[in-house]
Design a protein around this ligand. Sequence first.
Ligand SMILES: C[S@@+](CC[C@H](N)C(=O)[O-])C[C@H]1O[C@@H](n2cnc3c(N)ncnc32)[C@H](O)[C@@H]1O
Length: 343
Amino acid sequence: MTTEENIKDIVKGRYDACAERGGGEGVVCCSGETPASPSFGAEHGLYSQEELSLVPETGFTLSRGCGNPTGFADLQSGEIVVDFGCGAGIDVVLAAHKVGAGGKVVGVDFAPHMIERAKQTAAEAGLTETTEFVVTDLGRVELRDGVADVVISNCVINLCPDKEAVYHEAFRILKPGGRIAISDIVYDGKIDPEARERFQSTWAGCVGGAIEEDRYFQIVQDAGFTAVEVIARHPLQPKELEEMACCPGPEFTPIPAKKDIASVEGKVISIKFRASKGASIPTKLGAICGMSVDLGQCAPGTASRSSQNSGSPRTENRTATWTSNPRSWWPSSPRWPLTVTPA
Ligand SMILES: C[S@@+](CC[C@H](N)C(=O)[O-])C[C@H]1O[C@@H](n2cnc3c(N)ncnc32)[C@H](O)[C@@H]1O
């Protein structure tokens, strides 16, 4: 059985080597495609052309995200943002543009070469004054309590064997009322245990460390976060799944067997959500669809539930809000038991 420390060493070694080699052969995970232009991210639906035009080449060539957290974090001028697992800094740059000269963005990552690349990206973007970088493990982040307004993270926490510790750290470094905006990978329900074991045995890409969605959100809630809003849920398509399963690239992570990939098809979900530390999310959407306001106004639908925290006597609420077709994630598979208030 692979221990937690072994897993971290494997993950760190792969991403560090990828950064050291500038992305390796220039391929993006398993796709075999060269990210020849900044349109790559946009083609994968993660970033707009306008956003990508702000990001120096190193940042987007080494980008390995599954979302665009600054796109839904509602960052405000002057805020302090921490990017958990910043990689080569694509989201640090985008966040720094949003928080402006009075704000600050701190990128943290445990792969030293990634942090070097991220520093290079920030310098090339002319953002050295408002960015900082720290080599640190997300299980014990070397930042003070209550320093951040927002924690963002893009396709990282699935790689962490101790997700409880990561969310505990996010909660600890946030100010009261602070918030998280996260893109990550989860499983939609149970997957074949043997295939899962094989993915885990190599901690393959962003699939090996993923866990079931309901357990994932229980961890988020147990860390103390409230008002969880699911912004989007996207089941990875076969090609996307292949790419993600050997991230950061086939030179670094063994490509899983085709039959294993096929066995999880439709069950590996790219998820985007936000949540807050003790107060409603201060966003337009949150103000409309937050816990304490008129649920009927949330279009096209809002789901909420009350639940008893395990190990805690508190009763907490969480909300999930969809922005398009609710049936893409609800109610066909009620992963976390929400009660739905139709619009
Ligand atoms: C899939 S990449 C995503 C990088 C970046 N967020 C992006 O969107 O391009 C995952 C990153 O998380 C970092 N990482 C994984 N586990 C970590 C941990 N336990 N502590 C700190 N960084 C970690 C890796 O070194 C890598 O840079």
